[in-house]
Design a protein around this ligand. Structure first.
Ligand SMILES: Cc1cc2nc3c(=O)[nH]c(=O)nc-3n(C[C@H](O)[C@H](O)[C@H](O)COP(=O)(O)OP(=O)(O)OC[C@H]3O[C@@H](n4cnc5c(N)ncnc54)[C@H](O)[C@@H]3O)c2cc1C
Length: 774
C-alpha cells in the first residue's frame, strides 16, 4: 500500500510528467533542429554579377590541344597545363557530379558526353531526392544492414542536395493512403523510423491524418474503405536542370566540358595503362585525341560499352531494368501533395506526384536491354494507368488520352566485377578500377550523386597519383551550384517588378534558373502589350518563354531543338503535343542564335518530331505532312523552299505522299459536335434499350451499344475494336452507362472512327480533351 502510495504520489507523477515532456520535447527539437529548410530568404535582391561560360568552340580547342602528341605509346606527353588530370566519360548525374568534385579540388578536368548533358537516365527519373522508404522497409523486415546504410547515406545526402541547389529542389509531403486498420501502426512506425534516421537532417516530421482530413487534402482519393493516411516528407527536384546546373558549376570551376562528343577508343601506354582517348564530335564527325592521366567511366547503363573498349574480353556487369513514367494533367493531384502506393497489384511501388504544374506517375521495374532511346511500352503505360485508377475516386475517369507524355529510363543495376560470381547485384553504387586503370563508377541514385563523386575522386587521386595536383580534399558539401548564390524565395517578386513578368512566369524562372533568372530576363524581348511587358510564352498554357531558348543556347550549350524542349525547358516531359506546337518558335529562335539554314531548320524539326514520337506524340502529328514548316528568311531561303515544295508536289503527283489538307481534316473544329437531329436520334435509340437501375437511373449495358448504334444514321460502320477502344479510354468499365455517358461515348466514337485517315491515326482522342495539360 505504501509502495502504491509512493508510486502515485504527486511528486512521482510530477517527475514522470516532466520527464516524458522533456523526452518528447527534446525528441521533437532534435528532429526539427537541423539547418532551416530551405535556406532563409535573403534581405538583398541585387542581381548577381553576369557570367558567360566559354563557348563550345573554346572547349573543343582545349580538348584538342591536350591530344597533340605523336603517338600515345611513345610520344612525349603534352605540357602539364595541356594534359588533363582526369577525363570523365558521360555527362549524366554521375559524370557531372564527378566533374564538380574534381574541379573544386583544383584538378584539371575534361568531361565528354556523346549526346546532350542528362540525355540518359538522369533526365528520366522520378525526380525524388529521397532516402527511400521502401528500402527502409527492407532494412527492417529483412534485417538488411546494407539497406539500412543505403537509407542512412541517402537521407544525409538529401539535406546537402537541397542546400547546394535550393532553387531547383523543394520539400514535398507524400501521402500513404491507409485502407486497413492494422496498417496504421505499421506505417506510422515506418515513417517515424524514417524521421529518426534522418535525425537532425530531417525536413518535417511525419504525421497521421484522419480519413476526413486525407480526403480534404487529396480529394481525388478513393474514399471507399479509406481509414486515414500517413504523410511523410521527401525532396523533389528538376533532374535535367539539376544536371545542367552541375555541368555549369564544373565549367565555372574551370572544367572543360562538351556535349555531343563521344569516346570511341581508349589509348594505352607501353605498359598497358590508359593515358587518353579518341573523341568524336557527333555533330561534325571530326575526331581527335584527348590526353589524360586518368579516365573515369561514368556512362550509366552504357558502362559495359566503355569497359569493352578497354578490354574486348570483358564480361557484362550491367543488368538494366526500365522504369517508365507518364505525365497526367494537373487536375489528377493536389498541387502540393504526392502519393505513394506501397503495394500495387504486383507488389511494386508507385509514385503519383505533382511536378512542374502537372502530375507524374510511375515507375515500373521491367528487365530491359540497353538502348540509346528507351521508349515506354503501351503495356507499361496501361499498367501505370490501371494502378492509378485503383486508388482514385471512381468519379474520375482515368483515360489513356489523358497521358500527355510518357518516357522510359534505364536503371543501371550493376554487379561488382571484383566480387565472387555468386554475389548478387550491388544495391548501391560500385567503384571498380580495371587493370589498365579505367575507373568505373556505376549504379547508385540521383540523391547520392555527390557522395558517389566524392568516393570516385578520392579513388582517382589514389589510383592516378594526383596527390600533388589537388588543392584540397572534397568540398562539395558546401559548393553551391550555379544559380544559388543570390537566389532567394522571394526573388521572383523582384523579377516581376523589374521586367513586368506574369507571376507564373517569374516563379517558373526563379525556380528553374535561380539567380540566373536575371540573365534570362535580360534576353527577353518586350511583348509590346500593356501587360506583361516581357516574357512571350512559347505556348500559352505553359510558363516557358522565348528568352529561355536564347539563354539555353548562349549559356547552357543547347545545340538542338530537342535539347531545349526536353532538358533546358521540360516541355516534352510535361506535354508532348505542347512541345510539338512550340517547336517552330524554338527552331526559329535557335536559328537566329546559331545561324541555321532553312534546310537545317527542317532537319531539326524532323528530328524533334521523331523524338517527341518516343514521348507519346499522337501518331497523326508524326506524319511528315503535318510537321510545321519553318518560315524562310531572305530570298535564298524562299527559293530553297520553292524547290523543296516543287519536289513534294511531284511526289504527291506520283502518289508517293498525300496532300497535307487531307490529314489536317482530322484536326478540324467541331469534332464532337452533333448535327441537327443527331442527338434526338441517339436519345431515341437509347430509350429503346434502357432499363432502370436500382437507383432509378436509365442505363444500357455497354455490350449493347454496338447493336444499338446500328440503327443510328452515320454510326452503322462503327467497329467493335473502335468501341472497345473508346470504352477503355473513357474508363467505362462497370458495364452500364447512363444517357450522359452514352453521349460522351458517341462523341469520342466520332473522333476515332469518322476521321478519314488510317486506323492507327484515328484511334486517338485529342489531348485538348484532357485540358491540354493546364
Ligand atoms: C525510372 C527511374 C527512376 C529513378 N528515380 C530516381 C529518383 O526518384 N531519385 C533518385 O535519387 N534516383 C532515381 N533514379 C536513379 C537515377 O536516375 C540514376 O541513378 C542516375 O540518373 C544515373 O546517372 P548516370 O550519370 O550514372 O547515368 P546517365 O544519366 O545514363 O548518364 C550516362 C551518360 O553517359 C553517356 N555516354 C555513354 N557512352 C558514352 C561514350 N562512349 N562517350 C561519351 N558519353 C557516353 C550517355 O549518353 C549518358 O548521357 C531513377 C532511375 C530510373 C531508371
Amino acid at each position: 500500500m505504501a509502495i502504491l502510495h509512493r508510486i502515485f504520489s504527486r511528486r512521482t507523477l510530477a517527475y514522470v510528467t516532466g520527464g516524458t515532456a522533456a523526452v518528447l520535447g527534446g525528441g521533437y527539437w532534435y528532429l526539427n533542429s537541423g539547418p532551416a529548410y530551405p535556406v532563409p530568404t535573403k534581405t538583398t535582391r541585387r542581381p548577381p554579377p553576369p557570367w558567360s561560360p566559354p563557348s563550345r568552340a573554346e572547349m573543343l580547342k582545349e580538348l584538342k590541344a591536350s591530344g597533340k602528341v605523336t603517338t600515345f605509346k611513345s610520344g612525349s606527353p603534352p605540357s602539364e597545363d595541356q594534359e588533363f588530370d582526369l577525363l570523365i566519360v558521360g555527362g549524366g548525374a554521375t559524370g557531372a557530379g564527378c566533374a564538380v568534385d574534381a574541379a573544386s579540388r583544383g584538378l584539371r578536368v575534361a568531361l565528354v558526353e556523346r549526346d546532350d548533358f542528362g540525355a540518359g537516365t538522369s533526365s528520366k527519373s522520378t525526380k525524388l531526392v529521397h532516402g527511400g522508404v521502401r528500402y527502409l522497409q527492407k532494412a527492417v523486415f529483412e534485417l538488411d544492414y546494407e539497406q539500412y546504410k543505403l537509407v542512412n547515406e541517402a537521407l544525409h545526402e538529401r539535406r546537402i542536395f537541397l542546400q547546394t541547389a535550393p532553387y531547383l529542389s523543394n520539400m514535398l509531403p507524400i501521402m500513404l493512403p491507409i485502407y486497413k486498420y492494422w496498417q496504421v501502426p505499421y506505417y506510422w512506425a515506418g515513417c517515424k523510423m524514417y524521421d529518426i534516421l534522418a535525425g537532425k537532417e530531417n525536413m518535417e516530421t511525419s504525421y497521421l491524418m484522419t480519413k476526413g482530413k486525407a480526403l480534404e487534402t487529396f480529394p481525388m482519393l478513393k474514399s471507399n474503405g479509406l481509414v486515414g493516411a500517413l504523410v511523410y516528407y521527401d525532396g523533389q527536384h528538376n533532374d535535367s536542370r539539376m544536371n545542367i546546373a552541375l555541368v555549369m558549376t564544373a565549367v565555372k570551376l574551370g572544367a572543360v566540358v562538351t556535349n555531343y562528343c563521344e569516346v570511341t577508343q581508349l589509348h594505352k601506354d607501353g605498359q598497358g595503362k590508359l593515358n587518353g582517348a579518341r573523341v568524336k564530335d557527333n555533330l561534325t564527325g571530326e575526331e581527335w585525341n584527348v590526353r589524360a592521366k586518368g579516365i573515369i567511366n561514368a556512362t550509366g547503363p552504357f558502362t559495359d560499352s566503355l569497359l569493352t573498349l578497354d578490354n574486348p574480353a570483358h564480361q557484362p556487369i550491367v543488368q538494366p531494368s526500365s522504369g517508365i513514367h507518364i505525365t497526367l494533367p494537373n487536375y489528377y493531384s493536389p498541387r502540393k501533395m504526392g502519393l505513394l502506393d506501397p503495394a500495387t497489384s504486383d507488389g511494386r511501388v508507385i509514385f503519383f506526384l505533382p511536378w512542374q504544374g502537372n502530375t507524374i506517375a510511375g515507375t515500373t521495374d521491367t528487365p530491359a536491354r540497353v538502348t540509346r532511346d528507351p521508349q515506354a511500352s503501351e503495356d507499361d503505360i496501361r499498367w501505370v494507368l490501371e494502378e492509378v485508377r485503383s486508388y482514385l475516386s471512381p468519379d474520375i475517369k482515368v483515360r489513356r488520352g489523358d497521358v500527355l507524355s510518357a518516357w522510359s529510363g534505364l536503371r543501371p543495376l550493376v554487379r561488382n566485377p571484383g566480387a565472387e560470381k555468386t554475389e548478387g547485384l550491388v544495391r548501391n553504387h560500385m567503384i571498380h578500377v580495371s587493370e589498365s586503370g579505367l575507373l568505373t563508377i556505376a549504379g547508385g541514385k540521383w540523391t547520392t550523386y555527390r557522395a558517389m563523386a566524392e568516393e570516385t575522386i578520392d579513388q582517382a587521386v589514389k589510383t592516378f597519383g594526383l596527390d600533388g595536383r589537388v588543392k584540397s580534399g572534397c568540398v562539395t558539401d558546401t559548393v553551391r551550384l550555379v544559380g544559388s548564390d543570390a537566389w532567394s524565395r522571394n526573388m521572383f517578386i523582384g523579377l516581376i517588378q523589374t521586367y513586368g513578368l506574369e507571376t507564373e512566369v517569374a516563379k517558373h524562372l526563379s525556380d528553374n534558373y535561380g539567380d540566373r533568372a536575371w540573365t534570362v530576363c535580360s534576353l527577353a524581348e518586350p511583348t509590346g502589350e500593356r501587360w506583361p511587358l516581357h516574357g512571350r510564352r512559347l505556348i500559352s498554357s505553359y510558363p516557358f518563354i522565348d528568352a529561355e531558348v536564347r539563354y539555353a543556347v548562349r549559356h547552357e550549350y543547347a545545340l538542338t531543338a530537342i535539347d531545349v524542349l526536353a532538358r533546358r525547358t521540360r516541355l516534352s516531359f510535361l506535354n508532348a503535343t505542347a512541345a510539338f506546337e512550340a517547336l517552330p518558335t524554338v527552331v526559329d529562335i535557335m536559328a537566329d542564335e546559331l545561324g541555321w539554314s532553312y534546310r537545317e531548320r527542317r532537319r531539326q524539326i524532323k528530328a524533334a518530331v521523331k523524338f517527341l514520337g518516343t514521348m507519346g506524340l499522337p501518331a497523326t502529328l508524326m506524319v511528315e505532312d503535318n510537321h510545321p514548316e519553318p518560315i524562310p528568311k531572305g530570298w535564298m531561303e524562299r527559293v530553297e523552299r520553292g524547290v523543296w515544295r516543287a519536289g513534294k508536289s511531284a511526289l504527291v503527283l506520283v502518289g508517293l505522299t498525300k496532300e497535307k489538307a487531307d490529314r489536317l481534316d482530322a484536326f478540324g473544329p467541331g469534332r464532337s459536335m452533333f448535327e441537327g437531329g443527331e442527338l434526338a436520334a441517339l436519345r431515341h435509340t437509347f430509350a429503346t434499350r434502357t432499363t432502370k437501375n436500382g437507383d432509378g437511373v436509365e442505363k444500357v449495358g455497354t455490350e449493347e451499344i454496338l447493336e444499338l448504334l446500328k440503327d443510328v444514321p452515320g454510326y452503322s460502320e462503327v467497329s467493335k475494336k473502335e468501341l472497345d477502344y473508346v470504352l477503355d479510354e473513357a474508363g467505362f468499365k462497370d458495364g452500364r452507362v447512363n444517357f450522359d455517358e452514352f453521349i460522351e461515348i458517341c462523341g469520342n466514337l466520332k473522333e476515332v472512327s469518322f476521321t478519314p485517315s488510317s486506323v492507327t491515326n484515328r484511334m486517338t482522342i485529342p489531348v485538348e480533351k484532357s485540358g491540354g495539360g493546364v
